[in-house]
Design a protein around this ligand. Structure first.
Ligand code: NDP
Length: 338
């Protein structure tokens, strides 16, 4: 019997990340080669023509899995029957914009989208906020959808996770494929904490492999603090400086990875990955904040890996990033949005 198509809604679909995402979704990279898809592209009036153009190209690509593409300015239409919501469109920080202005501008986007998801999406909807500030945008969308279970909301930190894998692979001269159990903690921002304390490469601790390669444990610790952590956390700015525009293809790729593992599951022998989920108090992160954690997935949902030891330094770094999430949440509350 023919499979019912999965409805995927992409907001800001006429933008750069949208353009890098659409063709891979339609090709089956996200949901698998056996899952037909129906795409709903949500745009604001200025973005509609770009989304319509992408829809024409999707038709020209003749993807066997692509059943239907609809471009709309209505969130109610876009999220009707939605199974997977990729919240990409966001208001960028303009000149002279304070953080509270940015949060307010995005609350006007993500609040109504959360409400439209609550009103129109399928019961099995899964939502990922990609547009920044992604963690707090997810928090706002989730707050506007109180009847949708909180485990159905997430924000993207998979790009940070993948960046960490890439840096370790280069430093160790080993394949990304052999690296397990890296964690991104906290906010998708410069305060994030990329943590390798539990990471292994080809079965051995990453720290030991770094020490062997860099000339001892002190050199390894220095490399982690002075090169690895800042480089991963600020990689977006580095890409902009080198490429002249932002890291859209890797952001789209990470979005595909995030949803694929969430929906199709992740083999247990590949270890954990990172995703920002609604906290239930794990690792002392206040309940309700959308913070990045180590996660596994059997395809029914992401599960936070609990019980990992954090030494004093790691606990301090997690706390600093979570403090930023608390400040963002409080700023949104002060605006009367939550
Ligand atoms: P992009 O498609 O390049 O980026 C979209 C969002 O993704 C931005 O918030 C951006 O954050 C974020 N992002 C997350 N990770 C990355 C990364 N690694 N690299 C780059 N961006 C990242 O933006 P465009 O301006 O090309 O497109 C946005 C589209 O959204 C436009 O077509 C616009 O019309 C639409 N839009 C739709 C809305 C809606 O549907 N209601 C609302 C607002 C806009 P950052 O800004 O921090 O780089």
């Amino acid at each position: 019997m023919a499979q019912t198509p999965t409805t995927v809604t992409i907001t800001g679909a006429g933008g750069q990340i949208g353009y890098a995402l659409l063709f891979r979704i339609a090709a089956g990279d996200m949901l698998g080669p056996d899952r037909p898809v129906r795409l709903r592209l949500l745009e604001i009036p200025q973005g509609v023509r770009a989304a319509e153009g992408a829809a024409l190209e999707l038709q020209d690509a003749a993807f066997p899995l692509l059943r239907d593409v609809e471009v709309t300015e209505s969130a109610d239409v876009a999220f009707h029957g939605c199974n997977i919501a990729l919240l990409v469109g966001a208001r960028p920080r303009g000149p002279g914009m304070e953080r509270s202005d940015l949060l307010a501008a995005n609350a006007v986007i993500f609040g109504p989208q959360g409400a439209a998801i609550a009103g129109h999406a399928a019961a099995d909807v899964r939502v990922v906020a990609v547009g920044n500030p992604a963690n707090t945008n997810a928090l706002i969308a989730r707050a506007a959808a109180p009847d949708v279970p909180s485990h159905r909301f997430s924000a993207l930190t998979r790009l940070d996770h993948n960046r960490a894998l890439g840096q370790l692979s280069a430093a160790l001269d080993r394949s990304v494929d052999g690296i397990r159990n890296v964690t991104i903690w906290g906010n998708h921002s410069a305060t994030q904490f990329p943590d390798v304390a539990h990471a292994t490469v080809d079965g051995a601790p990453v720290f030991d492999a770094l020490a062997a390669r860099l000339g001892g444990p002190d050199a390894a610790a220095r490399w982690l603090d002075e090169t690895f952590i800042p480089r991963v956390a600020k990689r977006g700015a580095e890409i902009i400086a080198v490429r002249g525009s932002s890291s859209v293809a890797s952001a789209a790729n990470a979005t595909i990875d995030h949803v694929r593992d969430w929906v199709r599951g992740r083999p247990a022998d590949r270890g954990w990955t990172s995703a920002a989920l609604v906290s239930r108090g794990e690792y002392g992160v206040p309940e309700g904040l959308v913070s990045s954690f180590p996660v596994t997935s059997d395809g029914t949902g992401y599960r936070i890996v609990e019980g990992l030891d954090l030494d004093a330094r790691a606990a301090r770094l997690v706390e600093a990033s979570v403090a930023e999430l608390i400040a963002e949440r409080d700023a949104v509350r002060e605006l009367g949005i939550l």
